[in-house]
Design a protein around this ligand. Structure first.
Ligand code: UDP
Length: 504
């Protein structure tokens, strides 16, 4: 992995990036590396990750990209940490094992220090900084020891990340019996609800391994030299203001970290699909982008509901049946990414017995629905004109991918900061309606039908959500504008960040 042409001789600088081991983190880190190379080509970029994650990243890069962005392996052996062999990513892992993976990540500190020495020897000078995942707080100490700066990159948005950080650091729900409570960093009137907390954080008391991990790592990231955020100044004005106040550090919003082909107009042809697919290859979809596009072409604009719960979540068998009955009864066309329900092997085959009898055959014959096994070409689906709404777990990548295309969201947050992303989209933006929370919620088919109908209606709430999502999509697109005088806010933030690292 050592043959890429970094330009250490241009007098600019070398940035070492360090993503957490999950697709939802690797993808935006790679996009950030691409953005640096595009707008600041004199910077040299290395992404350091464990061997299998390096292999995954490499499989998503073109030949010319692999000569511009270096991938560096950090030694990691999952079985040394009590994980199954060759386990280096959260994908398809149970929550307990994800906890073990989190805990094992600080073992990358020594390999990182060694890599920094190797890069310094090869370049004849130290890297200008590390940009590390916000949950890799340990890297701040590695950078300090090496005498370079460390910036934390949160792959999430400002509002959701602040809520997540503040909840883990302060555990405000442990100081009250009330279901509603204030969270440090947020205005007093902006109450959070106990049902928005994952059961791990609800039970956290500083002695369990989840709260010890987050307390230590996030506290360290609060001592970094500044934060980068996969967001846009005009998209999250409140979240960014609150995050800056809380951290007392500079925060540069450098999003949306999306393929440039996603930032144009919505498409009804498949030409855009090939561009996007080429940029994000590396994951084999259950159905090709061409097939999904063909199916979407058979539906009128703004008519289809896309259903997906991200790269690592699934729902329970009873929830799956309720979604199926509700969506079928709504009559709305849909594409649904199906995975084995909770309690079954996520890598296993999807079995039709998990859905109501005859469901798949009926919806296929009537052309109402398309079931995609395990992994869908999400960007192609969201950027297609026929897609009207997204039933999503509110993972941040899904949120910006959807809103950048003017597609409003039906929220079903599950873990991490997803409930706070949903809260912001409901309360601050008006682009989301919540259907359920978490995997323990009992949901009724009638409720699914009602929420889907309201959210997809072209009057009232549904129309309002759509209009606001389109307005937000325009703001997100404008942040990357680069025509002469009209330079978007994200490009300005990138310039400022680069000036900061090169002038210190
Ligand atoms: N994704 C995809 N196809 C799928 C599921 C997910 O392309 O079937 C991509 C999606 O476009 C997004 C990422 O995987 O870029 C998921 O990130 P997100 O932050 O939404 O959720 P996470 O998986 O981290 O919970």
């Amino acid at each position: 992995m050592g043959s890429c042409a970094v330009d250490g001789d241009t007098g600019s600088g070398h940035i070492v990036m360090l993503p957490f081991m999950a697709h939802g983190h690797l993808i935006p880190f790679l996009s950030l590396a691409r953005t640096f190379r595009k707008y600041h080509p004199n910077l040299s970029i290395s992404i350091a990750a464990t061997p299998l994650n390096v292999r995954y990243l490499g499989s998503t890069m073109s030949f010319s990209e692999s000569r511009e962005i270096c991938l560096k392996e950090l030694h990691y052996c999952s079985s040394d940490h009590g994980l199954p062999p060759d386990t280096e990513n959260t994908e398809n892992l149970s929550l307990d094992l994800i906890g073990v993976l989190f805990g094992s990540s600080s073992s990358l500190a020594d390999p990182l220090a060694q890599l920094l020495s190797e890069i310094s020897a090869a370049d004849g000078r130290k890297p200008v900084c590390i940009i590390s995942d916000v949950i890799f707080g340990w890297s701040v100490e590695v950078a300090r020891g090496f005498g370079i700066k460390c910036f934390s990159f949160c792959t999430g948005g400002a509002y959701g990340t602040l809520a997540y950080v503040s909840l883990w650091l302060n555990l405000p729900h442990r100081k009250t019996d009330s279901d509603k409570f204030a969270v440090p960093g947020f205005p007093e009137q902006c109450r959070f609800h106990r049902s928005q907390l994952h059961r791990f954080i609800r039970a956290a008391n500083r002695t369990d391994h989840w709260s010890m991990f987050f307390y230590v790592q996030l506290s360290l990231s609060l001592t970094s030299d500044g934060w980068l955020c996969n967001s846009v100044e005009e998209f999250e004005p409140l979240g960014l203001k609150l995050l800056r106040n809380y951290l007392k550090l500079p925060v540069w919003p450098v999003g949306p970290l999306l393929p440039s082909s996603m930032l144009g107009h919505k498409s009804q042809s498949s030409s855009i699909s090939r561009v996007i697919a080429a940029e994000r290859a590396g994951k084999k979809p259950g159905l090709s982008a061409e097939k999904c596009t063909e199916w979407l072409n058979s539906h009128v604009p703004d008519s289809v509901l896309y259903i997906s719960f991200g790269s690592q979540n699934t729902i329970s068998a009873s929830q799956m049946k309720a979604v199926a009955v509700g969506i079928e009864a709504s009559g709305k066309p849909f594409i649904w990414v199906v995975r084995p329900p909770l309690g079954f092997d996520m890598k296993g085959e999807f079995r039709s017995e998990w859905l109501p009898e005859g469901f798949e055959r009926r919806v296929m014959e009537s052309n109402q629905g398309l079931l995609v096994r395990t992994w869908a070409p999400q960007l192609e689906i969201l950027s297609h004109k026929s897609t009207r709404a997204f039933l999503s777990h509110c993972g941040w990548n899904s949120v910006i991918e959807s809103l950048s295309q003017g597609v409003p969201i039906i929220g079903w947050p599950m873990v991490a900061e997803q409930a706070y992303n949903s809260k912001m989209m409901v309360e601050e933006m008006g682009v989301c309606m919540e259907l359920a929370r978490g995997v323990e919620d009992e949901i009724e088919a009638d409720h699914v039908k009602r929420v889907v109908e309201i959210a997809m209606e072209n009057v009232g709430t549904g129309e309002d959500m759509k209009r606001k999502a389109v307005e937000i999509g325009e703001k997100i697109g404008a942040a990357m504008r680069n025509d002469g005088e009209e330079r978007g806010s994200t490009l300005k933030a990138l310039d400022e960040f680069v000036t900061t690292i090169l002038s210190s």
